[in-house]
Design a protein around this ligand. Structure first.
Ligand SMILES: Cc1ncc(COP(=O)(O)O)c(C=O)c1O
Length: 374
């Protein structure tokens, strides 16, 4: 029954959108715009270690699902929305009406940003996920940035003190990008419980499937208690579906209703993306095998960076951030000329390089070029 009700609600929402009753910000996303590069690189020409994509390929079951579904691409994807929503609902033990899908989790986050009142303020860590900051700036929503603490965790005490009547949204990225660090579960739970009494909290769990540390926990449990919290997740990382643009948010239906009203598209996720996501989501063996390869890549990076005398922040993700003693942007440009792409950062009075866990060969090439440059 719950399933049927959810489907009816969804069709009602879609019909409203079709009738043009919903207005949306009509946003477009361009990763290249946030890059130090002027042009968007062709993956065939570069070693791509700058976007935290998975180099380990998609699940074989997802591949089969995609190729087996091509002939139904002429149909709108409604039926597959419910399949994926039900799969997520079952895994997370949450009712299906608590789930919203988007063309990547960025889609859900950008809509959240547009829920923030023009005169409101978004509380974020510094540094945190660059694209969230980018889209908040693009939407002219003021940011209040609170420096990460010395362990690169969110400084939740200071963040709590910074909550004011103007605060309309709090963004917590856990694990955090670009640091790869986690904020411990007990502290984060307590913070979310308190903060969500005053304003909405979004917890971005894009790297959730990589985390193997007991100090970490998803905040989905708080969503179950109907707190003013939304958790976002993505299929772009461990599932390697970045090019198929699919992600989701988990929140109380009241929050999702507000998001649906801002939606610019009655079905933002494509049929083949849904098919691939459903198959990947159920492929536990695949997640384990990617984690194994990712851990090996990370161990290799730790060891090689250590040999070069470079110190990095222990990472709970598929990328590693390390400090360097020279201009990070300049180094990124030199590496780019050598066809290796990484991300430079400057924060906490230091220069940093973030490198994604590529294949062994890619990382060997990167390390050997880096060794010549530092
Ligand atoms: C923290 C974080 N959130 C979200 C995303 C993007 O997710 P999606 O591809 O689902 O839009 C990324 C991608 O780099 C990320 O690092």
């Amino acid at each position: 029954m719950r399933y049927a009700l959810n489907r009816r609600q969804w069709i009602k929402t879609s019909a409203l959108a079709l009738a043009g009753l919903m207005t949306g910000p009509g946003l477009t996303s361009c990763k290249g715009e946030t890059s130090v590069m002027k042009k968007i690189p062709d993956p065939g020409d570069f070693i791509m270690l700058h976007n935290n994509e998975s180099p380990f390929g998609i699940s074989p079951i997802a591949r089969k699902a995609i190729t087996g579904s091509i002939d139904l691409s002429n149909r709108y994807p409604h039926r597959n929305y419910t399949q994926l929503i039900d799969s997520i609902a079952e895994r997370e033990d949450i009712p299906p009406d608590h789930i919203i899908l988007g063309a990547g989790s960025t889609d859900v986050m950008v809509t959240l940003i547009h829920l923030v009142k023009k005169e409101g303020e978004i509380l974020v860590a510094d540094p945190t996920y660059f694209d969230f900051i980018y889209y908040a700036n693009l939407a002219d929503r003021p940011l209040n940035r609170v420096r990460l603490n010395d362990k690169y965790e969110h400084d939740l005490e200071t963040m709590e003190k910074q909550i004011s009547p103007r605060t309309d949204l709090i963004y917590v990225c856990n694990p955090n990008n670009p640091t790869g660090s986690i904020t411990p579960k007990d502290k984060l739970q307590a913070f979310c419980e308190q903060a969500s009494k005053k304003t909405m909290v979004v917890v971005d769990e894009a790297y959730h499937e990589y985390v193997q540390d007991e100090a970490y926990a998803s905040m989905i449990d708080l969503v179950k208690q109907a707190k003013n919290i939304i958790v976002t997740r993505t299929f772009s990382k461990i599932f390697a579906l970045a090019g198929l643009r699919i992600g989701y948010g988990i929140a109380h239906p009241e929050i999702l209703k507000r998001l649906h009203k801002l939606s610019r598209n009655f079905a933002p996720v494509a049929w083949l993306s849904l098919k691939a996501a459903v198959a990947s989501h159920q492929d536990q063996m695949f997640i384990q095998s990617v984690n194994k390869k990712n851990n090996q890549a990370k161990a290799f990076l730790y060891e090689e960076l250590d040999k070069l005398g470079l110190s990095c922040i222990p990472s709970h993700t598929n990328f590693v951030l390390f400090k360097i003693d020279r201009d990070a942007r300049e180094l990124a440009k030199i590496l780019e000329r050598k066809k290796i792409l990484i991300r430079p950062f400057v924060f906490h009075d230091s220069q940093w390089i973030r490198v994604s866990c590529g294949t062994k060969e890619e990382l060997q090439t990167f390390i050997s070029s880096l060794g010549q440059l530092i």
